[in-house]
Design a protein around this ligand. Structure first.
Ligand code: BTN
Length: 327
């Protein structure tokens, strides 16, 4: 259904200065005229301003900022990432959709991307929700099928953070910090979060779902988030292109993944440590789900766990958790 809406919107975009008849659209898309009428209403719900003219047909007056696969593909210069794209105007959660594909035996290719304009049940880490305002943020999941044992999985999340760091700096000119384990901060506030979920067997990863939410063009954020979150637009004072951010990320991540394949974990650990102010010498308190660990960061180990030196000189290696305090 959403693929058909994409096609209709794209057809209207190609003819933005003129009105296109409902019959012609119906013929081009291989559906009935009454279906076109229904779909036009759905596109209006998704933010498109479409005028229906009695004798001439439909004219697109305002193009919503929509991440149409038809607009992404020509801009994307990758070999694998983003070659298959699922685009939704609205979905519960792109991560949930990706795992449903897996559960229903639909093995999508490595590098498939699921994008939503908005999510009705966007998921954050540790059971939190993710604010998914339409037309403003980037909400997508990348499905990877790396041929590695499960203990390497955290490296892919750290790698995604590095690629996002590079993509956002490149696109916006902002200074981006990586907060362990994988939040991206601008001006000390969160602009992006990553939720990685894995389907694995004892000795191999079947599929890794890397869900990414970026606050791109929000002009404000809900009161409960505004003291710790910010958008790229709020930080830079400029509207940013969601498509260019997405494309830049996929290109950066593909390069990094190939460096990892050839060079091993250091290809991810090194840039992560270079671009994260949390990597070394940072005093923090982490809740790893079982206990509170307090100490000073001493870099990452080769599986991507952060090494924390506690007050009695012991080094704890922590794979994931919630940083509850830092300075
Ligand atoms: C975090 O808590 O920091 C992680 C947030 C991850 C949000 C993204 S939005 C796209 C994808 N689908 C989801 O339901 N969650 C992730």
């Amino acid at each position: 259904m959403d693929r058909k809406l994409d096609e209709l919107l794209f057809a209207l975009m190609q003819n933005m200065t003129i009105a296109v008849s409902g019959e012609r659209l119906a013929e081009e898309l291989g559906v009935s005229h009454s279906t076109i009428v229904r779909w036009v209403d759905k596109l209006r719900d998704a933010g498109a301003e479409i005028r229906g003219e009695l004798f001439t047909g439909y004219r697109l007056l305002r193009l919503p900022d929509v991440l149409l696969p038809q607009l992404i593909r020509p801009r994307l210069h990758t070999r694998e990432l983003g070659k298959t794209i699922f685009h939704f105007f609205s979905v519960d959660s792109t991560n949930a959709f990706a795992s449903r594909l897996w559960t229903h035996g639909r093995k999508v290719p490595h590098g498939s991307v699921i994008i939503a304009e908005t999510q009705t049940a966007g998921r954050g880490r540790l059971g939190r929700s993710w604010h998914s305002e339409p037309e403003t943020g980037l909400y997508f999941s990348l499905v990877l099928r790396p041929k590695v044992p499960p203990q390497y999985a955290p490296l892919f999340t750290l790698g995604a953070a590095v690629a996002l760091h590079h993509a956002i700096e490149r696109e916006t000119g902002l200074d981006v910090d990586i907060k362990w384990p994988n939040d991206l901060l601008v001006l000390g506030k969160k602009v992006c979060g990553i939720l990685a979920e894995m389907q694995a067997e004892f000795d191999r990863v079947n599929s890794l779902i890397i869900g990414i939410g970026v606050n791109v063009n929000h002009s404000s954020l809900p009161a409960e988030l505004s003291d710790r979150a910010i958008s790229l637009r709020m930080a830079s004072g400029k509207v940013q292109s969601r498509i260019e951010c997405l494309v830049a990320f996929l290109e950066e991540f593909e390069t990094l993944l190939s460096q990892f394949e050839h060079g091993g974990p250091e290809a991810i650990i090194d840039p992560w440590s270079r671009y994260s102010s949390f990597a070394s010498g940072r005093r923090l308190q982490v809740n790893d789900g079982f206990r509170m660990i307090e100490g000073v960061t001493r870099g990452l180990n080769l599986s991507g766990a952060i090494r924390i030196e506690t007050s009695n000189g012991v080094i704890e290696e922590v794979y994931s958790g919630d940083v509850v305090a830092w300075n």
